[in-house]
Design a protein. Structure first.
Length: 215
């Protein structure tokens, strides 16, 4: 994975973009940086072989926007609509998503590193070959989502919602903390360590209606 902007295969072809992106815009080989926007309408846009750095978006909508071969660093979304977006071959470094609606999003070959996801709605989303590295996921809602080949190395999961989620080859062994707020019965298809099983045992017992009492 590229660690710096200059490491991108298409770095030399990037063109600086002045201003804010617009709805239905097509941005190829574009470097969007230093942008802070509020209540913007960027629905149905497309970014390909592009870089987005030092970017902030408060509220507004990027619904149905596509990100193909995009590298993001220090990108922040607060209260933004990212529902039904499509992400493929994307890397997000040191990013933040707070109060974001990304329901129905499709993520394929996406890597989050050093990111914070706080109260993010990923209900009915599709995550395939997605990795969370050294991230914090707080109150993330994956209800009804489909996760395949997803890893969480060095990440902390707090208040995770998994109601009716479908997991296939989801590896939680690298997570440094797992707290399932609801839907623990949907963990079929996940791999955990023995210590993680011990930590999760009370939640499994509650889900199965088991009363644990030593008296």
């Amino acid at each position: 994975m590229p660690r710096d902007l200059a490491d991108l295969p298409w770095a030399r072809g990037l063109e600086p973009f002045d201003g804010a992106p617009e709805a239905e815009g097509d941005y190829e080989r574009t470097h969007l940086t230093g942008v802070d926007i509020i209540d913007a309408d960027i629905r149905n846009a497309r970014f390909s072989e592009s870089a987005i750095t030092d970017f902030a978006m408060n509220r507004g909508s990027m619904r149905h926007t596509r990100f193909d071969d995009v590298w993001l660093r220090d990108a922040r979304w607060v209260g933004t609509e990212l529902a039904d977006t499509a992400w493929q071959d994307v890397e997000l470094l040191a990013g933040a998503l707070s109060g974001v609606d990304a329901g129905g999003a499709v993520l394929r070959r996406v890597r989050f590193e050093g990111c914070k996801l706080d109260s993010v709605n990923l209900r009915s989303a599709t995550l395939r070959n997605v990795s969370f590295v050294d991230c914090v996921l707080r109150d993330t809602d994956l209800g009804g989502a489909t996760l395949t080949d997803v890893t969480f190395d060095g990440s902390r999961l707090q208040g995770l919602l998994l109601n009716n989620a479908r997991l296939t080859r989801v590896d939680l062994r690298g997570a440094v903390g797992i707290d399932i707020a609801d839907g623990i019965e949907s963990m079929r298809g996940a791999t955990i360590t023995t210590m993680q099983l011990v930590d999760l045992a009370p939640a499994f017992a509650r889900a199965m209606g088991i009363i644990v009492s030593d008296s």
